[in-house]
Design a protein around this ligand. Structure first.
Ligand SMILES: O=P(O)(O)OC[C@H]1O[C@@H](O)[C@H](O)[C@@H](O)[C@@H]1O
Length: 240
């Protein structure tokens, strides 16, 4: 229930460190008829959690796979407070992508966007120029981004396409060489082969009154580069 240090809780909040239960009887969710495989999980606060964050909630996650291997993540958060109090939270799907070589990868869909730079005290800047490429540590929260973002991996001839809904922002993170060495569960060389692009709601926290529910959705597909005829045609990737 919190992205990064954008709030008062531990970094990235506590929901990711809790044991979730299988949700046997989730409220209905409109499903794409092609999707036959999915799992529903639920997290409710424990008495200990209520001491850290004094709000009752139901946090549901559906993880679904499409017939071609597309991944669909749907989160629903409901305020179940009985004291009449609203609550607010920030959110991000911490999605890591495996890439051939970070120096050869580009992101399309975030050019000209405003962002908060977490490496510069969360100051706000505007992205200049073309698609994003990487040559040093990056930790930025792009604001009010389009619903479709593409990660183009030239060497692997593969493009990841992210489609998001209810998640206006997008975090882009790679710790690069120096910071990698300070992260215990991250190999010294692993930064070369990964990139985090995280659909998020950070700038404007979501506020729910008792009984209200929020929904955030991410759809991830991997398509061969031939998808855009071997050419870097952002128009086809982003609007196709
Ligand atoms: O190592 P963690 O806690 O999972 O976080 C990794 C990174 O996650 C990103 O989402 C943040 O923008 C970075 O600031 C952070 O370092």
């Amino acid at each position: 229930m919190q992205f990064g240090t954008h709030g008062n809780l531990e970094k990235h909040g506590f929901a990711r460190n809790r044991l979730w239960l299988v949700d046997d009887n989730p409220p209905p969710l409109p499903v794409n008829s092609g999707i036959k495989t999915y799992a529903d999980l639920i997290l409710k606060p424990s008495e200990e959690d209520l001491k850290i964050w004094p709000h009752r909630f139901e946090f549901r996650l559906r993880v679904a796979l499409g017939p071609k291997g597309d991944l669909f993540l749907t989160s629903r958060i409901r305020n179940t407070n009985t004291d009449g109090k609203p609550f607010s939270f920030t959110f991000a799907y911490h999605t890591y992508f495996s890439v051939s070589d970070i120096s050869e990868v580009r992101i399309e869909g975030l050019e000209t966007m405003d962002y908060f730079d977490n490496l510069k005290g969360k100051e706000r800047f505007t992205e200049q120029g073309d698609a994003l490429v990487f040559e040093s540590e990056i930790d930025k929260v792009y604001l009010d981004t389009p619903p479709k973002i593409a990660i183009i991996d030239h060497e692997k001839k593969r493009t990841f396409v992210l489609r998001k809904d209810g998640l206006p922002d997008a975090v882009v993170w790679n710790p690069w060489e120096r910071r990698s060495k300070t992260i215990l569960d991250f190999g010294d060389e692993e930064y070369k082969h990964m990139l985090c692009v995280e659909p998020a709601a950070v700038e404007k926290p979501i506020t729910l009154k008792p009984g209200e529910e929020w929904k955030g959705r991410l759809e991830l597909s991997a398509v061969p580069s031939s998808y855009y005829s071997g050419q870097l045609d952002p128009d086809k990737v982003l609007h196709g």
